[in-house]
Ligand binder design. Structure first.
Ligand SMILES: [Mg+2]
Length: 281
């Protein structure tokens, strides 16, 4: 046992932390496009925002707040998060996601911790993992609800409403403002470093021994800022902040053979300890 303990202490990586959408399946599945359309639909139908402003507005909100939803809350809209999620994810073309036996086998062949970290809600995450056939491959899922627990007092069951003073983000940027004085959002999500640190905390992860996979450059850069090892997925072009870049998550073994080498050396003795998280995959 002593040798194993020593080995566990010296192992370079203890956990793989994966984004979900467009990371564990390709962008070409069409879910991201459909999701964006649904978000814009929510803004028009539920929040009564002028159709002509939607595209620019959702771009600015996404860019400045991490998710359009976080941005909508910041500028003064209120709504039930579950209602929002069921509207934007409820009609996604999930049938485009196929069982991925290759990825499943790759993941299961690695006896180290694996955790999902997504900005999406728990229902969506479970649906995607089920469609991909990846149930049981992850120790847990850190999702929207993990970082943003809600109660009746903070919007649950609330009908979508606009506060008396909606902050006009289009006007704000048309005045050549740099965004440094934007209103704050109550929503915690990537790429906020606070959100990433919180996720690491929840899963009890040491960033220096964790590899973070995400298709978003800004999430990868924020991950690097908090000390994670980083892998940009979806392109083979490595950007600043990314230690590796993979065209597809299927290339993980070719890009990071050391993970499997370490696993073989340790002979599978490094069992993970379960941690308490919102959802267990
Ligand atoms: Mg993603």
């Amino acid at each position: 046992m002593e040798f194993d303990d020593l080995y566990a202490q010296s192992a370079k990586y203890e956990c793989l932390l994966f984004d979900l959408d467009d990371t564990l399946y390709p962008l070409s599945s069409g879910l991201a496009t459909a999701c964006r359309q649904n978000i814009e639909g929510y803004m028009v139908e539920k929040l009564g925002i002028d159709k002509s402003k939607i595209s620019d507005m959702s771009n600015l909100l996404y860019k400045n707040y991490g998710t359009t939803m976080a941005g909508l809350r910041a500028i003064g809209y209120e709504f039930d998060y579950d209602d929002y999620h069921s509207f934007v994810h409820g009609r996604l073309p999930y049938e485009n996601l196929k069982q991925d036996h290759v990825l499943r086998n790759l993941l299961l062949s690695l006896p180290i911790r694996k955790v999902i970290f997504t900005n999406a809600d728990e229902i969506h995450a479970a649906e995607v993992l089920s469609r991909l056939g990846l149930e049981g491959c992850f120790e847990g899922i850190i999702c929207f609800e993990t970082l943003n627990p809600t109660s009746e007092s903070d919007g649950k069951g609330l009908r979508p409403t606009a506060s008396a003073n909606i902050f006009d983000i289009l006007e704000h940027f048309s005045q050549h403002n740099d965004g440094s004085d934007l209103p704050k959002t109550p929503v915690l999500c990537k790429p906020s470093e606070v959100a990433i640190k919180q996720a690491l905390n929840v899963a009890n992860l040491d960033p220096e021994r964790t590899i973070f996979f995400d298709d978003s450059v800004r999430n990868i850069q924020a991950g690097k800022n908090v000390g994670l090892h980083t892998v940009l997925v979806g392109t083979s072009n490595r950007v600043k902040g990314a230690d590796f870049a993979l065209e597809s998550i299927h290339n993980i073994r070719e890009a990071l053979p050391e993970l499997w080498e370490e696993a073989e050396k340790s002979d599978g003795v490094r069992y993970s300890s379960k941690v308490a998280m919102e959802v267990t995959a």
